[in-house]
Design a protein around this ligand. Structure first.
Ligand code: FNR
Length: 448
């Protein structure tokens, strides 16, 4: 049986009714305010920064397998929420090495940060102090130990140390970090030699730069970046300006990679440095345990953002085993692939005290200088707190393994005792000549 046609009662259009329900986006919102995620900031960074610089940040070693794994691992996490728990008055803060930080996040050390944006390390340190989390300055930073302290007079500053083969250089760095009130030495241990980042080789972003015509042409499309670069002082390894013998930048860079770095070096550093000492760059329970047994106060589960040994495991995949090995009291941080507040939530639930972010804040920095870094933290903090509350958790400290389902993709971690068969190996003399040449250049002249 057919229905009668629908009768729609109509009126003359009344725009005032529409105005009540539709808010138009404010046209004066800045590009940063319009970025709704770190991924948006990355897109913005790509549009505002020369390709070679963006690639230096975004790229990773060899085939970039580990960098992709880092990110992908967070996407395998499933949250299991608890209902009917009050999450009013949420508290994202956590204790870390005797202090309380605003949320389980801190800024990882990144070299040459003034290349990404002229605001550089000082801006990142300023934001870190403003939001109440630590900032780690790199040995190869483009702002000195003292200048970063000036930008962050009350901030919790850490100094990332590349132990060089020259004890005088190491001592100079340590005593200056001590004098400037840095609380923690972050000893990076995954850089015995330089990783091979092919994007940098292709773009010619090595030390000294060997820029291609294509790179120069691309750079000419970013006059604002150039103007800022040329009017804010040259790029140097600012904390290493006093290295005796006036070595060239290439020689300084190669000093940062010490193939002789061993456990005795850690022992000597432990004796010398009375503040907190954290070892950055472990990816197995055995190495993490060894670092703590030698007196380190904590470890960072890190593969250098996939920039050193490609095909290393995703850091999230090894985190639960490392936490299990070290027990609940040890300080365990993680980095690599954190681009969303939910990643921080997952890392915390799976055993990390806090995460370090690297690229996430560099995308913000490239996109908008200091305010871009602040926008990164605003976005991550919003995502983190909102998701924590939806998970039924009021305090960061109450997050635990029962809030996530996650199956590490490595089940035999540490059980093989190093006895993998060497089947069908890719021996050095089989490396194609073009790659081998690039490798040689990289060993001497990669940016650290
Ligand atoms: C780094 N990283 C790094 N680590 C370190 O110990 N000393 C350094 O000088 C640098 N320099 C550096 C430069 C750039 C451009 C990047 C992206 C990274 C590694 C960094 O501290 C951290 O381990 C990773 O960045 C973490 O991974 P995500 O967050 O970038 O994925």
């Amino acid at each position: 049986m057919a229905l009668a046609p629908v009768q729609t009662a109509r009126q003359l259009p009344r725009w005032s009714e529409l105005r009540d329900v539709v808010q138009f986006k404010k046209p004066w919102l800045s590009r940063l305010e319009r970025a709704n995620s770190v991924r948006d900031l990355r897109d913005l960074a790509r549009r505002t920064t020369p390709r070679a610089v963006f690639d230096y940040v975004d790229g990773a070693a060899e085939e970039e397998i580990t960098a992709a794994r880092n990110v992908a691992a967070y996407r395998r996490v499933t949250f299991l929420s608890e209902t009917l728990r009050s999450v009013a008055d949420p508290d994202p803060s956590v204790p870390l090495l005797g202090r309380r930080i605003a949320m389980p996040l801190m800024f990882a050390p990144t070299g040459y940060t003034r290349m990404m944006h002229h605001h550089g390390e000082a801006a990142v340190a300023e934001v870190a102090q403003h939001v109440g989390v630590p900032y780690a300055l790199s040995t190869v930073g483009s702002t000195s130990i003292e200048d970063v302290r000036a930008a962050s007079p009350d901030g919790d500053l850490w100094f990332q140390l590349y132990l060089t083969p020259d004890p005088k250089v190491n001592e100079d760095l340590l005593s200056r970090a001590e004098a400037a009130g840095y609380t923690t030495i972050l000893l990076t241990v995954d850089t015995t030699v330089s990783g091979m980042r092919l994007r940098d080789v292709v773009n010619g972003l090595t030390i000294p730069p060997t820029l291609t015509a294509r790179t120069v042409l691309n750079m000419s499309r970013f006059p604002r970046w150039w103007f800022n670069k040329l009017t804010t002082g040259g790029m140097t390894f600012a904390s290493l300006a006093g290295v005796p013998g006036k070595p060239s930048p290439a020689e300084v860079a190669s000093m940062m990679f010490d193939p002789g770095l061993d456990l005795q070096a850690l022992d000597r550093l432990r004796v010398r440095w009375r503040g907190n000492l954290v070892v950055k760059g472990v990816t197995t329970p055995a190495s993490a345990r060894e670092a703590l047994e030698r007196g380190a106060d904590g470890v960072v589960v890190s593969n250098h953002g996939g920039r050193q040994l490609d095909r290393s495991p995703a850091t999230l995949d090894v985190l639960p085993a490392i936490r299990a090995e070290l027990g609940p009291a040890a300080t365990v941080l993680i980095d690599g692939g954190v681009l969303h507040g939910q990643d921080i939530l997952a890392a915390r639930a799976l055993g990390a005290d806090a995460v370090m972010i690297g690229r996430a804040y560099l995308y913000g920095l490239m996109a908008g200088g200091r305010d871009g870094v602040l926008r990164t933290v605003e976005l991550l903090a919003g995502e983190y707190q909102r998701s924590m509350q939806l998970l039924g958790v009021r305090r960061s400290e109450d997050l635990s393994g029962r809030h996530v389902a996650f199956h590490p993709s490595l089940s035999d971690l540490g059980s093989h005792d190093g006895q993998y068969p060497l089947s069908g190996g890719f021996l050095p003399d089989q490396v194609p000549a073009r790659t081998r040449g690039a490798g040689d250049a990289g060993a001497a002249g990669e940016l650290p």
